[in-house]
Design a binder for this molecule. Sequence first.
Ligand SMILES: [Zn+2]
Length: 146
Amino acid sequence: MLLDEGLLIRRTIALGFRSVAEGGRPFATLVARDGGVLAESNAQTDPLLHSEAEAIGRARTRLGVWELRGCEIYTLCQPCAACLGLCRDAKADRVVFLALREECEPYYPEDEEPEEFTGWLPMLYVQEPDAVDVCRLWAADHLKPQ
Ligand SMILES: [Zn+2]
């Protein structure tokens, strides 16, 4: 089944909601090529592994190659500097993210200051309020009301 960008976005958001519903964190990434999903992750298996890193690793394993040229990476929240470095290293065509860090921050506070990503990588921010709702859903169970 071929998915257009809108459907890939819906699938990324659904993956994030599923993660939170199953007790995981509000993250989701999928690697797509030619309208098909090669790999996905909602960072459930390893608490140290971000969903971008896991999805990229799974796509590499599936294709048997290191470089993911021709692939696009869809991810729920604006990736951290380390994950952007991985996306660049993978030579993915583009990274699409659905929520800015500052949109998610009130619902998923991050401890560490994000380092700066200084490389060049084609990125597209598609504002999707549902992506922030994934973090809001997580916060409802994990953050105490102020
Ligand atoms: Zn990351």
